[in-house]
Design a protein around this ligand. Structure first.
Ligand SMILES: NC(=O)c1ccc[n+]([C@@H]2O[C@H](COP(=O)([O-])OP(=O)(O)OC[C@H]3O[C@@H](n4cnc5c(N)ncnc54)[C@H](O)[C@@H]3O)[C@@H](O)[C@H]2O)c1
Length: 457
């Protein structure tokens, strides 16, 4: 079959895989090739046992795989044959040297840029899909356009706003797609080419265009605002616990103000995921490097509040269980950083499991999708056990702590769980998802977030 356009995507992760699968499904006239240095990941994309769990993803992949969607480790071939190259490699926080702990580590990016230059024999549009510090496109262009073959590369910023757990839905019906380009003739032409891809299924008024720097910065700012909302409600949950106010009632009253809105107002044990922390650190680093220390401090406090929430959750567990958890079995229900994903990157459960284990508790981890990742995250700790079935995990436990808002936990037969636990039985709800009064009646001592505990003693 003749394809009207060839698209490559470098990086077959949580963003590259689902995004390209949706583009391929919606645009059968394009050939879409997703490449990665990880052979294991590419192999998994070629099977029905995909490397990531995302509701609905397998159906989308199956609709296009082998037709116009291909997964490969031949990065050079994909670069050579494609007119458009999305780059969706990871951009973690730097762990060494200047900017360590804050700045983005751009070594993967630069490697990719150099590979694109080396292999290209014709002009390309290079699309930044990864989240990058503002002004990265400049560096990209400097590397790309310093080639002696006089090939022109146009860099576009098209940050991805999908949320894990709802990635397919977010890609099929995005709130908006953002495409930033230079406002030169060739920049605007390239911008139009990318607009045309999304316009195959996204209403035109949801496709925003801007200059490159606005697009790069908007992604960092969107994540910073989302994280800020979680930290804001979490900070108030601490105050509610001191004042007998109820965070659910406060969130409802505040959220009904149409200027504020009611989403992202659930108090929790803290936010996780690969993006919020690293993107805020990145924003903080950029602000500092421009001498905007007050702005940097303001955003850094969002992260401090998140750490405070994790710390006070685990401290409360220890305090309420009579100030010692040595030898006590504690079941963590959920390990993924949010529901409907297998991703555990930066999950608050990692911190909490480590802290409980250092206090010599016997920690058992339960999760319907994330146990493989949990085993990797906690590999350094001895004595952790893993049990997918929550009923088994609870056997002999002094406490259950809910870490992830999986629907499954809302509908458990909590009487059965209570029966197999040690007494007094403790329930720490890090997501406020169970019926606290009902569990209290069953016999649990219940510790919600941002509400007074319900105790039998
Ligand atoms: N995960 C999310 O929810 C999300 C949402 C929006 C944006 N983002 C951003 O998208 C980017 C990718 O995130 P992700 O979660 O998909 O990361 P990921 O770690 O799941 O995937 C990145 C992939 O890139 C591959 N890779 C690294 N260097 C490579 C190279 N030189 N050549 C080929 N492949 C290479 C890795 O092997 C890996 O499979 C990040 O910048 C992230 O901030 C992520």
């Amino acid at each position: 079959m003749m394809f009207s356009k060839r698209i490559a995507c470098i990086g077959a992760g949580y963003v590259g895989g689902p995004t390209m699968a949706v583009i391929a499904m919606k645009c059968p006239q394009y050939k879409v090739t997703v490449v990665d240095i990880s052979e294991a990941r590419i192999k998994a994309w070629q099977t029905d046992n995909l490397p990531i769990f995302e509701p609905g993803l397998l159906d989308v992949v199956k609709a296009a795989r082998g037709r116009n969607l291909f997964f490969s480790t031949d990065i050079d071939a994909a670069i050579r044959e494609s007119e458009v190259i999305f780059v969706s490699v990871n951009t973690p926080t730097k762990t060494f040297g200047e900017g360590a702990g804050k700045a983005a580590d751009l070594q993967y990016w630069e490697k990719v840029a150099r590979e694109i230059v080396r292999e290209s024999r014709s002009p390309k549009i290079v699309v930044e899909k990864s989240t990058l510090p503002v002004k990265t496109a400049q560096t990209m262009e400097n590397i790309l356009n310093a080639n002696d073959r006089k090939i022109h590369f146009e860099v576009i910023s098209n940050p991805e706003f999908l949320a894990e757990g709802t990635a397919v839905q977010d890609l099929l019906e995005p709130d908006r797609v953002l495409i930033g380009s230079h406002e030169t003739e060739s920049g605007l032409r390239a911008r139009q080419e990318i607009v045309d891809i999304y316009a195959k299924w996204v209403p035109r008024d949801r496709i925003l265009t801007s200059n490159v720097w606005s697009a790069e910065l908007s992604k960092l700012v969107a994540n910073a605002f989302l994280a800020q909302r979680i930290s804001s409600i979490n900070s108030i949950s601490a105050l509610c616990e001191k004042t007998d106010a109820n965070i659910l009632e406060v969130a409802r009253a505040v959220g009904m103000d149409s200027r504020i809105g009611n989403r992202f107002l659930n108090a929790s044990v803290g936010f996780g995921g690969s993006c919020f922390k690293k993107d805020i650190l990145n924003l903080v680093y950029i602000c500092e490097s421009y001498g905007l220390h007050e702005v940097a401090q303001y955003w850094e406090s969002v992260l401090e509040m998140n750490e405070f929430q994790e710390t006070r959750f685990v401290r409360a567990m220890i305090r309420e269980m009579f100030n010692t958890i040595v030898g006590k079995r504690i079941a963590l229900f959920g390990f993924a950083f949010k529901a409907n994903t297998s991703d555990t990157r930066e999950s608050p459960a990692i911190y909490i499991a480590k802290k409980l284990s250092r206090e010599q508790a016997r920690v058992v981890i339960s999760d319907p999708k994330a146990l493989d990742n949990a085993r990797i995250d906690l590999a350094e700790l001895e004595g952790i056990t893993y049990q997918e079935d929550p009923y088994q995990a609870a056997v002999g436990a002094h406490a259950v702590a809910i870490m992830t808002e999986w629907d499954l936990y809302r509908t458990l037969e909590w009487e059965k769980i209570f029966d197999v636990m040690e007494k007094p039985a403790f329930l720490f709800d890090g997501r406020n998802i169970v019926d606290h009064e009902r569990l209290f009646k069953i016999g649990f001592n219940v510790y919600p977030l941002g509400r007074p505990p319900l105790k039998h003693f």
